[in-house]
Design a protein around this ligand. Structure first.
Ligand code: NAG
Ligand code: NAG
Ligand code: NAG
Ligand code: NAG
Ligand code: NAG
Length: 487
């Protein structure tokens, strides 16, 4: 079942079987090493609750190291890539544009997995009680603890400069780490941070529409027409039958009493088919993600192709292609099925659960990508209530709209939103990333704005297809790092 509330950033789930074993650690855990790239994978003992000094519980957190280019006589800096809401991948610390900076500056490289995701699992399950340790403050304290531990383990000189790097939610953490632990982190490179929390992030689909329009007006119009047809036939019994068949719905529409949350879910699924392609538009993300490799040109070729049928048929063709690519036989849209799966707290280590990110959304991050902003090319079927209701239905009646508003206020109060007061941090935005702020706030002093690329494009592996803008942006980022390391 693929429901999800649009992840910010999704790394590929599979782990390559390329490790040999090597004993290097004082802990009783074997280190895995990718011999070709000098990257190793280890676990270290982490504190469960950083804010309760009398709680002695610990757990094992996963991290990866690459010291291939570490050059202590060249200043000996340390680059830390911050894990996010999905398992960490070695690829980032072995063959990404990010790793090229490490090579250039002779840095020791680490990547730390975020608590609860991937193999870094601090509690026996994720029931409501055990998820209270899933907060950004705990995650930042994990990072701080990790830095202190590595400073000791590697006997790093006291003036060692740690630079934090992150993408998307990881960019938030990089900025916030620099903000809250400036004595541990010297600089932060934040790629597509979403610094301000708000409830209704309608801008998301506004930008998706702009990008599609810029790509092809004809494509945008076909989506809009297809959606209107869909709206219209949804009202009749025969139309519902047609939708069941054309869109391969897992449960027939007419057998349910009309339930607006089911329909909201359906609209959301259809919009997401396009949103993912736009979010990774012109990025070389292949191999870093567990998402399909379906690109905007492919979707728009279908939407523009009259041979496929009516605009509704073309929407269905897009939908069916995405289903096929994700190995799904049919389209799940039943709200109660989704809620049931999100309420399940008996997930164990090595299993992923959308429940985790939904929890973070409902308790700290928010920013729901709703259908509230014009031009509504995917209709207006998933308004903000659709999301706040999910928080309540999954986690209980306490999580109502008033609560969600208080969450937003608290996150912005605690970290400062766009007014966060930090130095030595650079913020990178892709002009076609649906998560970029519509107006880059003046409060952010060092900004690299990359035309024509979407989410986190600067971090992935270099490619022959990289635009001049992207190449120039990487040079600019490199200059920032160079200046920090000089001073
Ligand atoms: C390490 O850095 C020093 C100082 O910049 C430089 O002279 C040396 O060539 C570097 N070593 C390697 C292996 O790159
Ligand atoms: C349009 O769709 C038809 C039928 O699926 C296909 O044979 C044809 O190659 C497509 N044309 C383009 C330009 O993609
Ligand atoms: C919860 O998820 C686990 C692991 O996927 C599964 O074994 C279990 O049956 C689920 N429980 C419910 C009530 O759906
Ligand atoms: C998790 O997966 C790893 C391999 O990917 C395996 O070695 C380990 O035993 C698994 N842990 C559990 C608790 O299933
Ligand atoms: C949310 O619940 C609180 C009590 O927990 C209540 O005071 C508040 O009025 C509720 N808000 C809404 C919008 O229902």
């Amino acid at each position: 079942m693929k429901f999800l509330m649009l992840l910010l950033f999704v790394f590929k789930l599979h782990i390559d079987g390329i490790f040999g074993f090597k004993k290097l650690t004082n802990q009783n855990i074997k280190i895995k090493e990718d011999k070709a790239s000098h990257a190793t994978e280890e676990w270290f003992t982490q504190i469960l609750d950083h804010f309760n000094p009398i709680d002695p519980r610990t757990w094992k957190q996963r991290f990866q190291t690459n010291h291939q280019y570490y050059n202590a006589s060249n200043g000996g800096s340390v680059f830390l890539f911050i894990g996010t809401e999905s398992p960490i991948e070695l690829k980032i610390i072995t063959e990404s544009a990010w790793f090229d900076y490490a090579k250039k500056f002779g840095a020791l490289c680490f990547q730390l997995e975020h608590r609860y995701y991937g193999k870094s699992f601090p509690t026996k399950d994720i029931d409501d009680d055990n998820m209270r340790y899933l907060t950004t403050q705990q995650a930042l304290a994990d990072l701080a603890q990790f830095i202190s531990e590595m400073n000791k383990r590697y006997k790093l000189p006291a003036d060692t400069k740690w630079i934090a790097f992150g993408c998307s939610y990881g960019a938030n953490l990089a900025a916030w780490l620099r903000l809250k632990y400036p004595h541990l982190v010297y600089g932060a490179v934040c790629s597509n941070a979403i610094l301000t929390a708000k409830i209704d992030y309608g801008e998301y689909y506004e930008i998706v529409s702009e990008v599609l329009q810029a790509y092809s007006e004809e494509c945008l119009n076909a989506i809009q027409k297809g959606t209107s047809l869909f709206n219209k036939i949804l009202l009749s019994e025969s139309g519902k039958k047609e939708i069941n068949k054309k869109f391969h719905l897992c449960d027939p529409l007419e057998q349910t009493t009309y339930n607006s949350k089911d329909i909201s879910n359906l609209y959301h699924q259809l919009a997401r088919n396009f949103a993912y392609a736009v979010q990774f538009y012109n990025t070389n993300c292949f191999g870093y993600y567990d998402i399909s490799n379906i690109k905007v040109d492919l979707l728009c070729n279908i939407m523009k192709n009259k041979t496929v049928g009516s605009t509704l048929d073309r929407l269905a063709a897009v939908n069916n292609m995405v289903l096929f690519e994700s190995d799904e036989n049919c389209l799940e849209y039943k709200y109660n099925k989704m809620i049931k799966s999100l309420r399940n707290g008996t997930i164990k280590i090595n299993q992923s659960s959308d429940r985790l990110w939904v929890y973070q959304r409902c308790t700290e991050i928010v920013n729901f990508p709703t259908s509230s902003s014009p031009p509504h090319i995917f209709g207006n079927g998933f308004p903000v209530d659709f999301y706040t209701q999910q928080c309540m239905d999954v986690f209980g009646p306490k999580f109502n709209a008033t609560f969600i508003q208080s969450v937003v206020d608290k996150t912005n109060m605690f970290y400062g939103g766009f007014n966060l007061k930090i130095t030595r941090a650079v913020f990178i935005f892709g002009s076609v990333d649906p998560w970029h702020p519509l107006q880059i706030p003046k409060t952010l002093k060092s900004v690299v704005y990359i035309k024509g690329v979407a989410h986190c494009a600067d971090m992935f592996a270099r490619s022959d297809k990289d635009s001049e803008e992207l190449k120039a942006a990487r040079e600019q980022i490199s200059k920032y790092i160079s200046e920090w390391l000089k001073t």
